[in-house]
Design a protein around this ligand. Structure first.
Ligand code: PLP
Length: 428
């Protein structure tokens, strides 16, 4: 029976793991129902514990840009594993991936490896504070930078205000140092800077937002932030955890030609193993321990298996840059196909797409920030999600998430996805 074993496994998991999951979005809370337990995956497909096959649009939330169980990555990990899994000493592979990453991405001389995107963003902000000697940061509503305290802040009332925590456990003191702005709203950022003169260490953002659906920056937004940062001695941090090594070899900096001071990475850089990283020019990175006073460390940072997986992944992307064009074209094909069937079926919707990131919103209002992303009709999204799941199409279980296109997807897979969307929404 459909999902039977998954549901049994979920009941068992809930006894020993809070909510049955190790990361909340996996619990299907936003769409209802029990989550699917995946047994294995290869290329564009995942197979659940009941034997059902899915065309995958989550791709482990981004890392699997070349599809699941990609052979060069698997081979690299197996070979490394045979030689020991962790030493807590420097290893050659760390320098190899650092060298390659700094060649691929503009404006960075050095890179430090960590174990997650959360750590990367948290460390990037500490470095920015240490470098500038200032405490406050500006982040944008709806941008997610992991679960470190400074980022779990929601808007207080009024535009120019201190943030307030939106998770118990985040102290008011921490929240006070995080100022909240609206994505794509330069004026709002300008006001915050004016109201907090010489106090802001950095502005951190997803240069293409992917955690409120996919929201591209409007023309001039990133350039305007760059200018404001330069005028006010503020560091600009691009959180490229989703977009790095995906939107282009050199990420959004390269794709949209705007330079950041510090860049955070995750997802693709680890090839599916737990890796994050942050990078900047030497002058900034020199402030990190052991060279400088800003402390940052990790027992498993630069782990040989993770580095081998990441190196295999980046090498393939670097040697075959046509992959970026190919996934972009597949995503445009998907967008055009979905556009056709959703409008034919009279559905109220907006599709946002840039590069290999795409999101479907059940609202006609252009989705440009968190407020407009929240206008989507969640009842329609739930129906769409569960319908697609039954048709064997696995999209993210929340309307605030982006779909990630992998190179493993064939045009036949895309056609099946479009046909499934047609079938589900016919008669809406
Ligand atoms: N930054 C962005 C843009 C993300 O999308 C995520 C996770 O989805 C993170 C940071 C946090 O990364 P991690 O989940 O690896 O801690």
């Amino acid at each position: 029976m459909l999902y039977q074993r998954s549901s049994q496994l979920f009941q068992e998991a809930k006894k020993y793991i809070p909510g049955g999951v190790n990361s909340p979005v996996r619990a299907f809370s936003a769409v209802g129902g029990d989550p699917i337990f995946i047994k294995e995956a290869k290329g564009a497909y995942m197979y659940d514990e009941d034997g059902k096959k899915y065309i995958d649009y989550i791709n482990s939330w981004g890392p699997m840009i070349l599809g699941h169980a990609h052979q060069p990555v698997i081979d690299a990990v197996i070979e490394k594993t045979k030689k020991g899994t962790s030493f807590g000493t420097p290893t050659e592979v760390e320098t190899q991936i650092a060298k390659l990453a700094t060649q691929m991405v503009p404006n960075i001389d050095q890179i430090r490896m960590v174990n997650s995107g959360t750590e990367a963003c948290m460390s990037a902000v500490r470095l920015a504070r240490g470098f500038t000697g200032k405490d406050k940061i500006i982040k944008f509503a709806g941008c997610y930078h992991g679960h470190s305290d400074s980022f779990l802040i929601q808007a207080g009332s009024g535009a120019v205000t201190f943030g307030t925590p939106n998770s118990p456990g985040v102290t008011k003191g921490t929240a006070q140092d995080t100022l909240l702005a609206n994505f794509n709203d330069l004026k709002n950022v300008e006001e915050l800077i004016k109201a907090n003169p010489n106090e802001i260490a950095c502005i951190i953002l997803e240069p293409i937002a992917g955690n409120m659906g996919c929201i591209p920056p409007q023309e001039g937004f990133l350039e305007g932030l760059r200018e404001l940062c330069d005028q006010n001695d503020i560091l600009l941090i691009f959180d490229e955890v989703m977009t790095g090594f995906r939107q282009a070899e050199g990420g959004v900096q390269q794709r949209l030609n705007v330079s950041a001071d510090i860049v955070a990475f995750g997802k693709v850089i680890g090839g599916g193993l737990p890796v994050g990283a942050f990078a900047a020019r030497k002058e900034i990175m020199n402030h990190l321990a052991p060279l400088g006073p800003v402390y940052q460390a990790g027992t498993l940072s630069g782990n040989p298996l993770a580095m081998a997986a990441g190196l295999a992944m980046l090498t393939e992307l670097h040697e075959n840059p046509e992959i970026f064009k190919s996934i972009d074209e597949k995503t445009v094909y998907l967008k055009e196909g979905l556009d056709k069937v959703l409008s034919k079926n009279g559905v109220t919707y907006t599709i946002n797409q840039i590069g290999s990131m795409i999101s479907v919103h059940f609202s006609e209002t252009p989705v440009v920030d968190f407020e407009t992303a929240a206008l989507g009709n969640n009842e329609y999204f739930k129906k769409f999600f569960h319908g697609m799941l039954e048709e064997g199409i696995y999209i993210a279980p929340s309307s605030f998430e982006t779909w990630f296109i992998s190179e493993a997807l064939s045009y036949d897979d895309l056609d099946k996805t479009i046909a499934a969307a047609d079938k589900i929404t016919a008669g809406w």
